[in-house]
Design a binder for this molecule. Structure first.
Ligand code: F6P
Length: 473
């Protein structure tokens, strides 16, 4: 089959050139790329369709067609969408259903053949997929990745702040795009059953989708995978460099008598919903945690993020300002270090170096739709202490067998975050138990090959017309 992956935000190029500093970088780009490659490896033609960008700051996104080395069945096809320069994902809405879809149709018409099926990603991809289907009849699947309604809830949107928040995040277009995607997709793909039942049943999506039967049959639960070539526990050449970088940051930032303690490593992008402050509060409030470990915050692009935070964008700087203020109020500035990690390879290396020093990974997001980062850390042998809100509730705990693969904590409760971290640090045996269980969980359930199999099964059903959208309204 010839399959499109519509992903207008972020972007793709043969070397993943800007993935760490790109403002719209995140797990979704990794997800789309890995599944596209895994499906193409099974003999299908796959095009990742992104936005063509002519902007001197992003030169790698200017060519109309690009490819990944050694993946002849995959193309990156870039179609203009609005003005030529880079635009953040929130600014794309006005151009998706017009410019971008028409450009896609023109491109494939000119090639002489329309694709068989389309997979769409995030509300922007889904909106384009629905318009493309309306114009060509080509069916599509929709993967939300992250839904606007949950983000609005976590940002505590209310009547008083709605205009201000909406001006920044364009929720009015995003919720509309998500509703249209859900209503017209032949298949809705989620990473967990909980995502289907909790996220898609949000009041904002009422009458666009019915998560219970019979519409429940339109959902397919397909967990994403971990790139185990990158996130491998096996030592790599880069590890020496990353160890030196982290140790020199520790020597720079931490009190001399704290240097022997392990790190709690946090590598989330600086976004309020990732709740870095909750993790810092756990250290501020728990003397026992402070006696056990230091906090290491990894930020892309800055060698000394906490001290050089003025170089960051306002929102990112504000998050670090709050952290530094809180630490300084309590005289605890020397309990936290920060350093840069500028690629997936460096991230994986930091996880391996952390595992060799009996460190722990933590992600205390207020809500995490799936949570690939904890799985990547676990794949490198780093035990994970993670928010119980969202996907980690299924990936880190098996309710059938009652087996734990990491520790789940309440991100709104610093005491519980400290409890979870101390549970792993409690003894060498405890740390080892979560180290072993984490690797086992990834190997047995979260590889991209198994994800691709799930996608192909859904795509083949859609292509065969076995599932069709039931427009509720
Ligand atoms: O495009 C960057 C990205 O982080 C994606 O990886 C992710 O799916 C999406 O943004 C999340 O967007 P939001 O925070 O607006 O829900």
């Amino acid at each position: 089959m010839h399959i499109l992956f519509l992903n207008p935000q972020g972007n793709f190029d043969s070397k993943d050139s800007y993935w760490t500093e790109h403002p719209d970088f995140g797990g979704q780009l990794v997800y789309v790329k890995e599944i596209a490659l895994a499906i193409a490896a099974q003999g299908h033609k796959v095009d990742i369709v992104a936005r063509r960008i002519t902007d001197e700051k992003w030169p790698k996104f200017a060519a109309q067609v690009d490819a990944y080395p050694n993946h002849p069945n995959v193309r990156i096809v870039r179609i203009p969408c609005g003005p030529p320069q880079f635009l953040a994902k929130e600014e794309l809405w006005p151009y998706l259903g017009t410019d971008w879809v028409q450009g896609i149709i023109d491109f494939y018409t000119q090639e002489g053949r329309l694709p068989d099926v389309v997979t769409t990603h995030y509300g922007d991809g889904g909106l384009a997929g629905a318009v493309l289907k309306q114009k060509t009849g080509i069916p599509f699947t929709f993967t939300g990745h992250s839904l606007g309604a949950q983000k609005m809830d976590k940002l505590h949107v209310n009547r008083a702040n709605l205009a201000e928040v909406d001006a920044r995040y364009q929720f009015r277009y995003r919720i509309m795009g998500e509703r249209i995607s859900m209503n017209h997709a032949a298949r809705i793909i989620t990473s967990t059953r909980q995502e289907q039942l909790e996220q898609y049943s949000h009041l904002a999506y009422r009458q666009a989708i019915d998560v219970a039967e019979p519409d429940g049959t339109r959902f397919a639960v397909i967990p994403p995978g971990v790139n185990r070539q990158v996130f491998s526990p096996e030592p790599q050449a880069i590890d020496g460099t990353i160890q030196e970088r982290i140790v020199s940051a520790m020597r720079r930032d931490l009190a001399a008598d704290r240097l022997a303690l392990p790190l709690v490593i946090c590598s989330s992008r600086l976004d309020r919903k990732k709740n870095h402050l909750g993790l810092v509060r756990a250290f501020v409030e728990s003397a026992e945690l402070r006696a056990t470990a230091n906090l290491g915050i990894a930020i892309r692009g800055l060698e000394n993020p906490l001290d050089d935070r003025a170089k960051l964008k306002d929102e990112e700087k504000a998050i670090l300002d709050e952290i530094v203020d809180l630490l300084e109020q309590h005289g605890l500035r020397q309990v936290v270090t920060s350093f840069s990690l500028n690629s997936q390879a460096e991230l994986a290396s930091a996880y391996r170096v952390g595992a060799s020093k009996h460190c722990v990974f933590s992600l205390t997001a207020l809500y995490e739709p799936f949570g690939l980062a904890p799985m990547e850390a676990m794949s490198c042998g780093l035990p994970a202490v993670v928010t119980c809100n969202g996907g980690p509730a299924e990936s880190l705990y098996d309710s059938q067998t009652q087996r734990e693969y990491g520790v789940l904590v309440d991100p709104a409760n610093p005491t519980d975050i400290a409890r979870g971290l101390l549970k792993v640090f409690a003894s060498p045996e405890s740390w080892q138990k979560y180290h072993d269980a984490g690797i086992e969980r990834v190997i047995t359930r979260y590889t991209w090959e198994s994800t691709a199999k799930g996608y192909l099964a859904a795509i083949e059903e859609v292509a065969a017309g076995k599932v069709a959208p039931r427009s509720v309204r």
